[in-house]
Each structure stands twice: as structure tokens, then as C-alpha cells.
Write a protein that binds this ligand. Sequence first.
Ligand code: F6R
Length: 259
Amino acid sequence: MAEVVIVPDAATGGALVADEIVRLIAGRPDVVLGLATGSSPLPVYRSLVERLAGRDVSRVRAFALDEYVGLAPDDPQSYRSVIRREVVEPLGLDPERVGVPDGSLTGIEHAGEAYEAELEASGGVDLQLLGIGSDGHIGFNEPGSSFASRTRVKTLTRLTREDNARFFASIDDVPVHCITQGLGTILRARHLVLLAFGEGKAAAVAGAVEGPLTASLPGSAIQLHPHATVVVDEAAASALRFADYYRETWAHKPAWQGL
Ligand code: F6R
């Protein structure tokens, strides 16, 4: 099962994950990172800015999880723009080495396959950051997504569009379709790190970590992964049955194991 780390706040969680990423880059300058958008990974990116200052990150590769379909690439809400603004520019990554699925309408029918080929050619993701939607999605794999799915076009649920309407003028401006790495794609990454903060995520986190393995809660796919870490604050951990056990495990974790 996933290792659950309960932290006092999002900033502490961000620092913990950022330390692990710095350690990876130090060991392998051409590490491949899997990036998520949305609010949950922001504390990681913020912590990385100071930790990576002055270090050589020119060989780091990165791949985003997902993209809206039909937004212009330079639309400020396209994930290509968000990743550039929140990750590539602040961390000084080489934009040529950062992939985002192509959500343009032209050629969309082949964009999933093309992205899978890019991921494959990179040698695969070493550490994949994940958030979780209130309906349990990871990437944009909405309920019902196959555990074997690959990068493809999906329809966003009404709930996800409502959750993400905060970034748009109105819900009608939130695209209906997205292109997302599949659950099967995500499971190929060597280490999954799922971050969730706040009470709104408590039910989804409990379902993902302790619920039955079910396509109805796509985040439960992390239970199939041999190395999955879930970093949550107390509020997001509040529905976990075995929270005390996770605290105990973390307190006694041997230092040599790393995250
Ligand atoms: C974003 C993504 C989504 C988000 C999820 C949670 O690339 O893949 O799964 O991680 O919707 O979003 P936040 O973090 O904004 O609550």
C-alpha cells in the first residue's frame, strides 16, 4: 500500500517532496520528473525555487500529466502556460526538455499516442507528482477510467469543471475535454508522490488509500504501485482509518529509505 505522510501544513509537505527531488537531481542530472498542475503541487515548486538556485538543472526532463483540449497553447489557463509560469521559468528548466500533451484540435486523434512515444523515448518518469480531484481523479482520469489506460482524450466531469471554474471567467469557459496520461501510464512512473491538502480532499484520499481498488475512484490505482507516497495535511487525512498507524510508521522510518 501507499506510504502516508501526515504533515502539519502544505508548506512542510512541499519542502519534504522538494528535498527528495533535489536528491534525485543530485544523483542523476538527467532525471525525468512528472509534473502536475493545480494547487496541490505548488508548495513543492515554491520550495524547489530556493533549493535549486545556483544548481545546474539544464539536463532535467519533465512531462506534464494533462492538458485541456481546444485552448490556444498561449491561453493563460492552458496547462502548457501554467507549467511554463509555475515551473519552467521559476526553476530555470530548459523549455525544450519539458513536454505537455498537445491539446490542439488539429491532430488531437493522434496526440495521445505521440505523447506515449515521447514518454517512452525519455526512459520513463522517475518521480511523478500527483494531486487528486474531489471525485477521486488523478491526472484527468475521471471515474470509470481503466487502470490500463494510456494517454488519451477524456471528458471532464461536471464536478471537475466546477472545481476548476475558479481559474476561468465562468464554468462555461472550462473546456469539456482534456487529454491526460492514463492510469496505466501513471503507474509506469518509478515513484508516485500524491499531494492533497484541505478537508475537501479527505474523502478522495481515504478512498484512494484505503478504499477498494475501483475504477470508480481512479486514485485507488496508486494501491497497485510498489512505491507510492501520499503527503497530506491533517484535514486531508481526517477520514483515514489508520492515520495513527501511518504516523507511527513515519516516525520510525529508517533514514536510509528516503521518501
Ligand atoms: C492536474 C491534475 C489534476 C489535479 C487535481 C487536483 O494536472 O492532474 O488531477 O491534480 O484536479 O487539483 P488541485 O491540486 O488544484 O486541487
